[in-house]
Design a protein around this ligand. Structure first.
Ligand SMILES: [Zn+2]
Ligand SMILES: [Zn+2]
Length: 333
């Protein structure tokens, strides 16, 4: 499977300002001093291999949308934040019409649905769009955001055929040559996570979920849901202190909780997702650094806890890698 991140920002799309672009260019030119950059390939190599990510690139500003390519001719998509707009533009170049889409919605907060009215394949006759989710009234929610006076055209302007499916916690859905397991999560108004299983490969799409204190307990059924997955896409916009003070009960989790659950759930790769719209590219790079440092420190603590003593934590080898997701990132699992 190939996982394509099209929107990774939480809550609200953001755009970079003119000053942000200028700062990146100035920063890159300063870093370039003393390097041999005569040819374009030398310049590209320098940007790719030498520049810090926040100077040579960006995390982007689109709200959640992830496309999982399972090798099927059907399109498997999670959430329709503003990231689904550029995905739609790519799709119509490859498949102008006659395609089937399966869009799974974690929930219906605005940042997860606002891109749907800008998803070009929805306006093309011959396409079929299967909408999946765990909530009641899915069709009504999607129609509501396009009602007057919130949007200039209504839902019936779509020319594709829409088919709605409601699923329950624990259900497995077979689409796109994959099995998709549905898991209810703790979030205002509830949210649902999805485990995509294809053969022995698995990807978890788990956004907008707050894992409370009981997550630290021995029995926490989310661990069964994520156990042994190759990639866990995890909503972690907060530091640990934010998650237990000012942002408690906001429905999201910290990077500490992400690392903790990925370690205990024996996850290979943890992808931090649903980034805080207030954080700059530099601040998100720092956030990534803190997350990796926490994993290193917790490994050290576990090593020093003398394995073999009853009650001591087991050696922590998972996750093998922590990724800070960004718009445009693709990962093969
Ligand atoms: Zn959200
Ligand atoms: Zn939400």
């Amino acid at each position: 499977m190939i996982v394509h991140f099209k929107g990774t920002r939480g809550s609200l799309p953001i755009a970079h300002t003119s000053q942000d672009s200028t700062e990146k260019i100035v920063g890159a030119l300063l870093e370039a001093r003393g390097h041999n950059l005569r040819s374009e390939s030398q310049v590209r190599e320098f940007v790719k291999d030498h520049l810090p990510f926040h100077k040579g690139s960006t995390f982007g500003g689109n709200t959640p949308c992830v496309h999982v390519d399972t090798g099927s001719e059907e399109w498997l998509i999670f959430d329709a934040g503003s990231g689904i707009r550029p995905l739609g533009q790519e799709i119509i170049k490859k498949s102008p019409s006659g395609s089937d889409f399966h869009i799974f919605f974690s929930h219906f907060h605005y940042d997860h649905i606002q891109g749907l009215p800008f998803f070009t394949p929805a306006y093309i006759p011959g396409n079929r769009i299967f909408i999946h989710g765990g909530h009641d009234n899915i069709e009504e929610f999607l129609r509501d955001q396009m009602r007057t006076p919130f949007f200039p055209i209504d839902f019936d302007t779509f020319q594709a055929e829409f088919i709605f499916h409601k699923h329950s916690h624990g259900e497995t859905v077979n689409v796109c040559n994959a099995e998709i397991k549905v898991h209810k999560q703790n979030h205002p108004g509830d949210s649902y996570g999805f485990r995509v299983q294809q053969g022995n490969k698995s990807v978890i799409y788990s956004t907008d979920a707050e894992h409370p204190n009981i997550a630290h307990g021995k029995k926490y059924d989310y661990l069964d849901f994520i156990m042994g997955s190759n990639l866990l896409i995890f909503d972690a916009p907060y530091s640990h202190s934010e998650s237990i003070t000012t942002r408690e009960h906001w429905g999201h989790s910290s990077y500490v909780m992400g690392v903790e659950l990925a370690a205990r759930g024996e996850v290979e790769k943890l992808a931090i997702f649903h980034h805080d719209p207030n954080l700059s590219d530099k601040e998100l790079c720092d956030f990534h650094g803190h997350t990796k440092k926490f994993l290193e420190r917790s490994r050290l603590a576990v090593r020093e806890a003398k394995p073999g003593i009853p009650g001591a934590p087991s050696p922590r080898c998972h996750p093998y890698e922590i990724i800070m997701s960004y718009d445009g990132l693709s990962i093969e699992v």
